[in-house]
Design a protein around this ligand. Structure first.
Ligand code: PEP
Ligand code: MN
Length: 285
């Protein structure tokens, strides 16, 4: 079957100011305000999520992240709690009203995750898993699509197109660093890609300083740079006991580091005429 001819890709702007907004729970990505998504790399336990959720809610952060299906480099590493992890996440949604973001790796995991999450994450390793992208395109829940480990921006945008072309308009792009030669950082944070993507697409563009740097001591400058570059949101790995994190321990920040970072994010956002979106007692301000 030949694909239908299109004059324009769905990701392209139809007019210069064209900007889409994608909502996860109460957080709108792509508007004047910049929401934050925070939480552990992997869902580990009820206690871990409870402590994290209490802290992020106190800060006014409205979205919780946590991996239940983990794409690990080694098959012998912790693979995630699976559905049990999703249940723990959705318990936090119930108790705290947080929007839930969690990764799916196969089309079969979508119906399982659907009841528990508010946004499906597609990880870097699956950016060109076209069957997964097409299946997510047939759903209406938002998709947080991470840039592939070595993906060009054209490949990244075309991966988004696979979701959009199936009818799901709710795609958020996430710059999370790309592979390079220097092991000093886990990846190279392509901060300019945020500004470039925002020129090329109406889709919201967020940044993941955690995977981009792989080092907790670099999260602050990378986060602030992303906001200055025009990011529509920030996703951060935060853990009640970073050193004990079962995955990505080197890049996890503590809940107190997260608390110290938020006012700095606000200051930089204000400097570029934007605001960090923080909800207190259900009221956005
Ligand atoms: C993650 O968010 O924990 C993750 C695995 O990210 P990435 O796909 O960007 O490596
Ligand atoms: Mn991680």
């Amino acid at each position: 079957m030949t694909a239908p001819y299109r004059h324009q890709n769905c990701y392209e702007k139809q007019y210069p100011q064209h900007q889409s907004t994608v909502t996860i729970g109460t957080a709108a990505f792509g508007g004047a305000e910049i929401p934050i998504i925070a939480g552990p790399c992997s869902v580990e336990s009820f206690e871990q999520l409870l402590e994290t959720s209490e802290a992020i809610q106190n800060l006014g952060i409205s979205c919780l992240r946590g991996g239940a299906f983990k794409p690990r480099s080694s098959p012998y590493s912790f693979q995630g709690l699976g559905e049990e992890g999703l249940k723990l996440l959705s318990a936090m949604r119930l108790q705290f009203g947080l929007g839930i973001v969690s990764e799916v790796m196969t089309p079969e995991q979508i119906p399982l995750a659907e009841a528990y999450v508010d946004c499906f994450q597609v990880g870097s390793r699956n950016m060109q898993n076209f069957e997964l992208l097409k299946a997510l395109g047939r759903h209406s829940k938002p998709v947080l699509l991470k840039r592939g480990l070595a993906a060009t921006l054209d490949e990244f945008l075309m991966a988004a197109e696979y979701i959009l072309s199936e009818g799901n308009p709710n795609v958020i792009l996430c710059e999370r660093g790309i592979r390079s030669f220097d092991p000093a950082t886990r990846n190279v944070f392509d901060v300019v890609s945020i500004a470039l993507l925002k020129q090329r697409t109406h889709l919201p563009v967020i940044a993941d300083p955690s995977h981009a740097t792989g080092r907790r001591d670099l999260i602050e400058p990378a986060t602030l740079a992303a906001i200055a570059a025009g990011a529509d949101g920030i996703i951060l790995e935060a853990h009640p006991h970073p050193h004990k994190s079962v995955s990505d321990a080197d890049q996890a920040i503590s809940l107190s580091d997260l608390a110290a970072l938020v006012p700095k994010m606000k200051a930089v956002a204000n400097a570029v005429n934007r605001n960090v979106s923080l909800a207190v007692e259900g009221v956005l301000h």
